[in-house]
Design a protein around this ligand. Structure first.
Ligand SMILES: CC(C)(COP(=O)(O)OP(=O)(O)OC[C@H]1O[C@@H](n2cnc3c(N)ncnc32)[C@H](O)[C@@H]1OP(=O)(O)O)[C@@H](O)C(=O)NCCC(=O)NCCS
Length: 207
């Protein structure tokens, strides 16, 4: 059991909070630009209270910042906080299934109902959200969000900062380059090699 501070105070932070408590950890507070009224943990202030402030006795952090775009901001924050001496343990919610031969980068979380199958590598600061599936031998870069109910079939790769929308399906073996958003419910049936926003079945670029 460890003590954690959650970076972020919105909806994703509350889900992460529950995941930590279910695993037996304790949440001592959260940081955010504003006190968001996070129901269960004290507000500690902005991230500045972590960076350059007197050393907190709590060294384990988890990113509670959700992600719906390709902004690399979460990863930059993780890197700054890591340089300040904090750790970002990998968190697999008790209700997720993560096979033993899965490698996860620091700061990555898998939420309840997520399934991550053998041979897959998840980068740093990834989110495999509620009921999402990442099947065997996938490769996710850093700061990738696989949103609720999305399905990555075997051998799929997603580049850094990718956002795979809720319920999207990426068929076996497709490669999606860095900095892509795949819209909710889209079906990706061939490789995507240009950053952008893709929607529909088969997925097509709209921006
Ligand atoms: C794809 C997405 C990012 C587009 O957002 P946007 O850039 O603001 O685009 P807009 O809402 O302006 O839509 C542009 C066009 O694409 C269409 N569109 C948007 N999202 C779509 C989707 N998921 N599937 C099909 N068409 C979609 C819109 O209807 C619109 O069509 P029109 O020009 O004919 O009116 C967004 O709709 C989306 O699906 N985000 C994923 C959200 C998600 O899964 N969150 C999970 C949190 S756990």
């Amino acid at each position: 059991m460890s003590d954690f501070i959650i970076v972020g105070g919105g909806g994703h932070a509350r889900v992460v909070h529950d995941a930590l408590e279910t695993l037996g950890h304790r949440v001592t507070g959260y940081t955010d630009p504003d006190a968001k009224g996070h129901a269960k943990a004290p507000y500690l202030g902005t991230d500045a209270v972590l960076i350059g402030a007197p050393r907190s006795p709590v060294r384990d952090l988890v990113l509670g910042i959700g992600k719906v775009s390709t902004s690399p901001g979460r990863l930059g924050l993780l890197e700054r906080l890591e340089l300040s001496g904090y750790r970002f343990p990998v968190i697999h919610a008790r209700g997720s299934i993560v096979h033993q031969e899965v490698m996860s980068g620091i700061g990555t979380v898998t939420m309840d109902g997520a399934v991550v199958v053998t041979g897959t590598r998840l980068g740093r600061a990834c989110i495999v959200n509620t009921n999402a599936t990442v099947d065997h031998d996938c490769r996710l870069g850093d700061n990738v969000h696989v949103a609720t109910g999305a399905i990555l079939c075997g051998g799929v790769s997603v580049g850094d900062n990718g956002m795979i929308g809720a319920g999207a399906t990426l068929v076996h073996g497709v490669r999606v380059c860095a900095d892509c958003v795949i819209g909710a419910g889209a079906t990706v049936v061939r490789d995507i090699d240009q950053p952008g926003i893709y929607v529909g079945t088969p997925a097509r670029r709209i921006k």
